[in-house]
Design a protein. Structure first.
Length: 365
């Protein structure tokens, strides 16, 4: 009888302890995705009519909702194609850009488990630290914005560096200084990330550019392709003419002209010769990352980490541009990491993003 009472007392004490522990320990919150919209002052009242209401997709890591005192580093992901905040999260947004007349015939290597679970796995495995990931929409009427301030399309550089960064810091628990921010991009986003990091090293401390257009002189070789797409004359952007549409988009960013309707751009190629227009070329080159480095060398040198890569099978031959920029970094004594991989412009997007996320995470505070 005494042994039975002792056993009952032990069991009662055990149940009491379990009950107390369950009351004290809050389950760790799961990661989650949020869709937000922000009003961008930098994009307000632009002549072409781009919306200043911008969608932003945000990844919040596991445990974010548990500790209201904990702050997180932020990694900004800049898209190339498609021109949407869902570029990294929704494979279906790529449907119009793969196959057909597009130079891209293979979809990016989207993880089967989905973006959120994929990032969870990177953190759980220790490849990267917990961080907030921010994916803005930077598309416009011409498609590509090239993250550039334009009198025609609006202030896309200021939208990212000022409006978006301030919005994220005001609404989320961030490490709100440069040491807690990194910026990563693909294609036009690779160009944008490198350009914004070198010009705004007081905002970002780490940059990664994948397949970025970092040496714009390479684009002037597009002339014959554009003429071939337009045997009857230049008639504006066309979704079935990739190089033509891209050239109009670049012109809207780098050589806008409000006095030249209906497209309000100065085009860099003559039709039908394909000859380069020298004065327009010079305007483009003022926005070239290779050239901007001369004026922003101190900013680039102050970054804690610079990561560049490009596929050896890049459909747009961006590897020459990335190689040229890396060679200049080397010549001026700026430390960087540069990798070449066997793949195209987008088809290894997530395997490369895994590398840059790990790199950025290791360099940030």
């Amino acid at each position: 009888m005494e042994k039975s009472l002792n056993l009952l007392m032990v069991m009662a004490i055990f149940m009491l302890l379990v009950s107390c522990e369950s009351d004290e320990i809050e389950p760790v919150s799961q990661s989650r995705m949020e869709f937000k919209e922000l009003k961008s002052e930098a994009l307000a009242n632009n002549p072409i009519g781009n919306s200043d209401l911008r969608k932003v997709q945000i990844y919040l890591p596991k445990g974010y909702d548990n500790d209201n005192s904990k702050k997180y580093p932020v990694i900004y992901l800049l898209h190339g194609l498609p021109f949407t905040a869902e570029s990294f999260t929704d494979p279906s947004t790529w449907d119009p850009y793969i196959g057909g007349a597009s130079p891209f015939q293979i979809y990016p290597d989207f993880p089967e488990e989905g973006f959120r679970s994929w990032v969870d796995g990177l953190i759980l495995s220790g490849k990267m630290n917990s961080a907030i990931l921010v994916m803005p929409d930077a598309g416009n009427v011409y498609g590509f914005s090239f993250y550039t301030n334009s009198i025609l399309t609006g202030g896309f550089e200021d939208y990212i560096v000022n409006d978006l960064v301030n919005y994220i810091d005001a609404n989320y628990r961030t490490l709100s200084n440069k040491d807690g921010r990194a910026i990563i991009g693909f294609s036009q986003g690779g160009y944008g990330a490198v350009k914004l990091a070198m010009k705004h090293s007081d905002v970002f401390s780490v940059v990664a550019g994948h397949s970025g257009a970092l040496y714009l002189d390479g684009f002037f070789e597009m002339g014959p392709y554009i003429i071939a797409e337009n045997p009857d004359g230049l008639t504006g952007p066309d979704p079935n003419k990739f190089f033509t549409s891209a050239a109009y988009a670049m012109s809207s960013a780098w050589s806008p002209n409000l006095e030249n309707p209906p497209y309000m751009v100065d085009f860099p190629f003559k039709w039908p010769s394909g000859d380069i227009v020298p004065e327009v070329r010079e305007r483009w080159l003022k926005n070239c990352a290779f050239n901007l480095l001369d004026d922003h060398l101190d900013g680039m040198s102050s970054l804690k980490g610079i990561y560049l890569d490009c596929g050896s099978l890049d459909e747009l031959q961006m590897y020459g541009m990335v190689d040229a920029f890396a060679a200049k970094l080397n010549a001026v004594g700026v430390d960087y990491t540069h990798e070449t991989f066997e793949g195209g412009h987008f088809d290894k997007m997530f395997s490369r993003l895994e590398q840059s996320l790990a790199f950025a995470s290791s360099k940030m505070n």
